[in-house]
Design a binder for this molecule. Sequence first.
Ligand code: NAI
Length: 480
Amino acid sequence: MVKICCIGAGYVGGPTMAVIALKCPSIEVAVVDISVSRITAWNSDQLPIYEPGLEEVVKQCRGKNLFFSNDVEKHVSEADIVFVSVNTPTKTRGLGAGKAADLTYWESAARMIADVSKSDKIVVEKSTVPVKTAEAIEKILTHNSKGINYQILSNPEFLAEGTAIQDLFNPDRVLIGGRETPQGQKAIQALKDVYAQFVPEERILCTNLWSAELSKLAANAFLAQRISSVNAMSALCEATGADVSQVSHAIGKDTRIGPKFLNASVGFGGSCFQKDILNLVYICECNGLSEVASYWKQVIKVNDYQKNRFVNRVVSSMFNTVAGKKIAILGFAFKKDTGDTRETPAIDVCKGLLTDKAHLSIYDPQVNEEQIQRDLSLNKFDWDHPVHLQPLSPTTVKQVSVAWDAYEAIKDAHGLCILTEWDEFKALDYKKIYDNMQKPAFVFDGRNVVNVEKLREIGFIVYSIGKPLDPWLKDLPAVA
Ligand code: NAI
């Protein structure tokens, strides 16, 4: 029986391995982690991450051919294939701070593999890593090899949170990069044999190591660039009276452009886009490609601009001050159908409003108070470390309360900001909400969720990203 071990039981390691276990009953899969709380949760009824369909998959194979464990060394030593899916945060200090990937967790995983291995292994990069990381990992493993043969493969993960299970069942492609040597090709074939049990062969792409590593960074850069492009257009729509939804629809009809990823919003978030672009920028700079670096850097600048613009719209509409005013925040996760808040635009929007001394009342169906408080007090990039190694904030943010229901969050508020596109926000009773708010009552829709005309009929002053402006906002400054 082939044995797989995955180091890192996070958003990637957990779902990918659960699906491999489900689809390949003849393979034994162990997912290991240094975090005791994460593994305890994976072995309980309350999984550590929310992802539609995940619970059903885990329940079907946990205890049969899928195991979650803190005994990292035992499972690594027994495995034929070791996936590494650990954190790769942005460096906050030293060379490349603010841009380069911090490979501390990767390096410690590689050294541990070298320490405990007694048989040949295929080591698979599942984490997103800088180009040429495989070379560094290879050096660590071969210099400590004790005669064991290691083959390094790059198999970046393309799942999207919120649709992870669907994406894993039916991926657009699986990418496997390896050395162009006979042993490298043999290792590629071994991993291909795993995926081929549930993915059509023509969707399994095999490349050299560096192409696979770079393709992951390139894919995320292209996706984020699309969002920044439509967000840049949303600012122009507001200035000209065009409607960004109509513009997106019109350009998306061009088959060369396509309709996906063209929704204007308050900005992109998630653990990957910003981090991967910063990483790409750093690699470009290290290779003397400053023009290419500044091209990609602009994608992040537009994203920051979009979040700032939103905060400024809120403050300037409300008589240039939100001090002491209750603002309800609907949605904190970085997108719907996930509880993940890493780099969510809600953090920057909330921090911006708190700087102006607003009182925030936050509701998200999948994010709890502890997480929100942690997010609002952590320093930039600190979130991307194993939970038990994150610095704990000594104080809570007092001007923030968290509600368990949208109506409760909005009661007596002066304004309401929609920051995640949860379906339930479309179905709220906005007349009831209006009646329970201070007047004038403002809605700031950062996700184009509400029906602007209907809300204006009720009496709200409505700002919706990229839509023709409410007369109230017309002469107010968009950017400070
Ligand atoms: P995560 O933070 O949810 O999980 C990483 C896990 O690794 C943590 O539970 C941590 O405790 C564990 N860990 C760290 N060092 C370890 C060690 N030495 N031994 C054992 N366990 C260790 O991170 P996530 O989101 O799963 O991401 C993992 C990698 O995959 C990152 O490189 C990320 O950029 C990449 N990625 C993430 C995607 C996403 O949607 N979240 C999609 C595609 C790639």
